[in-house]
Design a protein around this ligand. Sequence first.
Ligand code: V0D
Length: 229
Amino acid sequence: MIKHMAIIMDGNGRWAKKQGLPRTYGHKIGAERIRDVALEANKMGIQAITLYAFSTENWKRPDDEINFLCKLPKMFFNKYIKELIENNIKVSYIGELEAFPIETQQVIKDALSKTNHCSGLELVIALNYGSRREISLAANAYAQDVVDGKVEISNNEEVFSNYMMTSHLPDVDVMVRTSGEQRLSNFLLWQLAYAEFMFVDYAWPEFNEEKLHEVVYEFNQRNRRFGGV
Ligand code: V0D
């Protein structure tokens, strides 16, 4: 059983370019795929999906692309928030929101509060997220709590993991990266310690319900082989 799936949604811009369309078109279709995958994963009883939407590196992209990306959360929620609530899907995020325009931050916080009561799938969006940054923030926060006398100093992994942005989530079971690159790109280094890795050739806009079932099937195959011996 998959409790937590993580996906690097790569290849949106390249997929659009290949069809003679602007990169931003790929991002727009990519956002629609998030909706499809969230609904299906929820039906399948998956507890959480963490999606890499925007890395700390993505700020290096051209201004007009950044501007478009910052509007995506609003487009996404205007279109889908009602359906997410109806399906009991909870939205959350990891990363540092402060770097986004105030309006973008507002839209995301609003979606969080509107779905806070939902107990189905948790749809975690990684926004301005970087894993090394997450780990150093956690180390800093732990050190501060020690200085303040709130916790005892220790090298206990369980205690440390409480300071990570995913402290409320189980370890990742399976990590999928679309579009052919076989790298982690600073995504969930701590949480992926025991995960199955799947690198697929198609781009994120080509991901759909069927592809999700393929990933789950492959995960179960690998687990069976592992469990059998
Ligand atoms: C672009 C493919 C949904 C990956 C998906 C700001 C890259 C589409 C959101 C979203 C992005 C964000 C917050 C939220 C709900 C949805 C999103 C970004 C990029 C970066 F609460 N799609 N999406 N955010 N892309």
